[in-house]
Design a protein around this ligand. Sequence first.
Ligand code: AMP
Length: 283
Amino acid sequence: MKIITNIEETQKTIAHFKSEGKTIVVVPTMGFLHEGHISLIRIAKAKGEIVVATLFVNPKQFGPSEDFSRYPRDLQRDSKMLEDSGCDILFAPDSSEMYDENFSTKVTLSGITEIYEGKTRPTHYDGVALVVLKLFNITKADIAIFGQKDYQQFMVIKRMVIDLNFDIKLIMAPIIREENGLAMSSRNKYLNTDEFQESAIIFHSLKKGADAIKNGIRKSDEINKIVINSLEKSKLIKIDYVATLFHETFLPAISFSSSDRIVILIACWIGSTRLIDNMIIDV
Ligand code: AMP
């Protein structure tokens, strides 16, 4: 695996593979990798010939009171995991490589960036969109893989790709979970033993929502109530939002029917750690 920190060298290396007609697949990450990230690399390998993982803790997607400076980092361990999983190129720039001192461009999407995650983290998705746009331009990838774990992020990127006519195919990869059901995340490192144990209730509550749909409930407010009641059994959990939406449109599934595809979203804090999760349900 080639590790590159420089944008120009990354562009040259990828241009060479493109001239040979190879399909380039990019997997953007912020590092401190786990099995969830590696599952994306495996999908990337199956979909194209050259897999480019990017590792960049993007300062522009963190709010002023968020965890940018303490976000976990371990480049050596990440490199080894990527190499072992068959990644071809690791692009790991530093901040000054991505944003020079005169950097001035902002990317703003309206609507979808202002609700749910975007309401609690108002500048988050503009930072995500900016860095993803840069990574698409740098890698000229044919395919990009993102996780369902960050469902709203996928919808934001999909919107940007449509709006700006990017010639790239987006693939959403399924959520990989810990044995207790907690969705894997680099931020799970912040949880202490009690919090980790308690976190199982998030997946459990999503399943309660899914069961309610299986049992014939077809209204978002009733599903949300069931999920909230389940989460509230935990004294350690503080709910940010629970939402039941149409999968395609990201609009509240106020009333749905048996041909619909629904997604239930949860965002909550356990102690000071903010966790998100979701489940897609074919009604
Ligand atoms: P991050 O490093 O948190 O920015 O995540 C990089 C990519 O990995 C994003 O597309 C995430 O949605 C995806 N990802 C994160 N956690 C998981 C997981 N548990 N299962 C599958 N994909 C994940």
